[in-house]
Write a protein that binds this ligand. Sequence first.
Ligand code: ADP
Length: 271
Amino acid sequence: EKGADVIATLAKSFNGMADSLQSQIKELADLSEVQQRFVSDVSHELRTPLTTIRLAGDLLYDQRATFPPATGRTAELLHTQVERFELLLSDLLEISKYDAGSVDLETEPTNLVHLAEDAIDGLRSLAESKGTQLDLVAPGGHLDAEVDPRRIRRIMHNLIGNAIEHGEGKPIVVSVDSNATAVALSVRDYGLGMSQTDIGHVFDRFWRADPSRKRTIGGTGLGLSIALEDAAVHGGWLQVWSSPGKGSCFRLTLPRTAHGALTASPSPLPP
Ligand code: ADP
């Protein structure tokens, strides 16, 4: 029982720490180069203690069935929060690399349909838990582009994951299309959608339409701002169309060749 109290206290203080750290880092992230450097250093420094917390948390999590129910739930909460913290740190490190201009693309000829299939596979269980059907529409033909596959898969994962989160269980259509100079991926959902004001903020760092509702679940509010940087560093675009109650369409357009010029998107966004 004493052990249970210790775990509960630990988890509580850890949650408090994660919340206050997130809000402090949010303020710092908007500041000057020196402070951005600081964000990067802090993120690196936090990785070591976090690894220790993670190991201890995993141990408790694995044994949760042997604890009294309330303690078991606390062990689960700790596990979730540690994951959230790790996600936040890796997103922050990525942002600080972009701010420092030290992002190196590792491009190779990549089939965008295969990448989309990978991203969809990785999100199947999340989709199933919401009863969401995921459809991939891809015409045959040459759908390769010279991109950094890790970064493009991450954008796809983020867009499809968001569509599932905000899609209200309605089917989601992922489509890939192309023209002579560009390959594009669209993710269309028929869920909550967003107001014009929300659309104006959707790529802002840490912005989320409803922070109180989503605070304990999901990502960091950094996903789309990183996706926008990822698209831009490829010389591509990330566009959004959305309407409240009608759903959203996010569209990623990439030049076929690294640093190739983009003239027009292969097909228009929904009206
Ligand atoms: P996160 O998903 O971690 O909150 P993102 O940067 O990916 O961060 O998204 C920021 C916010 O944009 C989300 O919290 C949500 O409010 C809004 N959003 C993103 N995608 C969609 C979508 N498909 N439908 C409605 N809202 C969305």
